[in-house]
Design a protein around this ligand. Structure first.
Ligand code: AP5
Length: 218
């Protein structure tokens, strides 16, 4: 039986991980696991986990490992070897990367590829300032000139669009700082394992998608 792809999409807030993950999920037919979407889903349901995560998310900080790791690993380990997965937002520090490796080694095999999408900070700020997310399916949208979120609906499911609380200027600044300090070291972890591919993310969505596919040899 063929083995499904095990991919990590890596990059700073606003790099386009969610956008690319949705395209890859549809073309490669693998499961998309987004830690941020999972927390936002819980928040929308008002669960204890969602309320706990919100305290950190709205400040732009990482949700503590003891809240994050087990719940994400459970999701990952529930995906069959044949199906494969794309991780978006996890792992986000070296401890999470180590725990993921241990869990996958116990199962069968490790991550096949980590695609690092590099985007300049001014472009990240521009994108996050104009991003609207679907309340139902969480698909990210960039509003075009003259469009307003109240009259526009989600391209994918017709759901209502909203701006994330952590896309305000203070939280974005903090998220980028946390990425540089706590998340970037994960790149070294995967570079050592020979699975890292760096691609420029300042191009259009279609061009970035083409480069991701090339990095995957697809
Ligand atoms: P999370 O939801 O993972 O947010 P993030 O990593 O900050 O990433 P974003 O979702 O903001 O950006 P993206 O790269 O997906 O970009 P997108 O495709 O939307 O995490 C949120 C919070 O949850 C964290 O701060 C933390 O508190 C917590 N958390 C999550 N995971 C955790 C973990 N593992 N451990 C601890 N805490 C955790 O694109 C952005 C915009 O740009 C969109 O409008 C899009 O349309 C547009 N766009 C995309 N690509 C392009 C392009 N090529 N050209 C032009 N526009 C583009």
């Amino acid at each position: 039986m063929a083995q499904g792809l095990r991919l990590v999409l890596f990059g700073p807030p606003g790099a386009g991980k969610g956008t690319q993950a949705q395209l890859l999920r549809d073309s490669l037919k693998v499961t998309h696991i987004s830690s941020g979407d999972l927390f936002r889903h819980h928040l929308g349901q008002g669960t204890e986990l969602g309320l706990r995560a919100k305290e950190y998310m709205n400040k732009g900080e990482l949700v503590p490992d003891e809240v994050t790791i087990d719940i994400i690993l459970d999701k990952i380990l529930s995906v069959s070897d044949e199906e494969g997965f794309i991780l978006d937002g996890f792992p986000r520090n070296p401890h999470q990367a180590e725990e993921l490796e241990k869990a996958l080694n116990g199962k069968s095999r490790n991550i096949d590829k980590v695609v690092h999408i590099e985007v300049s900070e001014p472009e990240l700020l521009r994108r996050l300032g104009g991003r609207y997310v679907c309340r139902a399916c969480q698909a990210p949208h960039a509003l075009g000139e003259g469009e307003d979120a109240a009259s526009k609906k989600c391209d994918q499911c017709g759901g209502e669009l909203y701006q994330r609380d952590d896309d305000g200027p203070e939280a974005v600044k903090k998220r980028i700082e946390v990425y540089n300090q706590e998340t970037m070291p994960v790149l070294g972890f995967y570079r050592e394992r020979g699975v890292l591919a760096d691609i420029p993310g300042d191009n259009t969505v279609g061009q970035v998608n083409k480069q991701v596919m090339e990095a995957l040899g697809a």
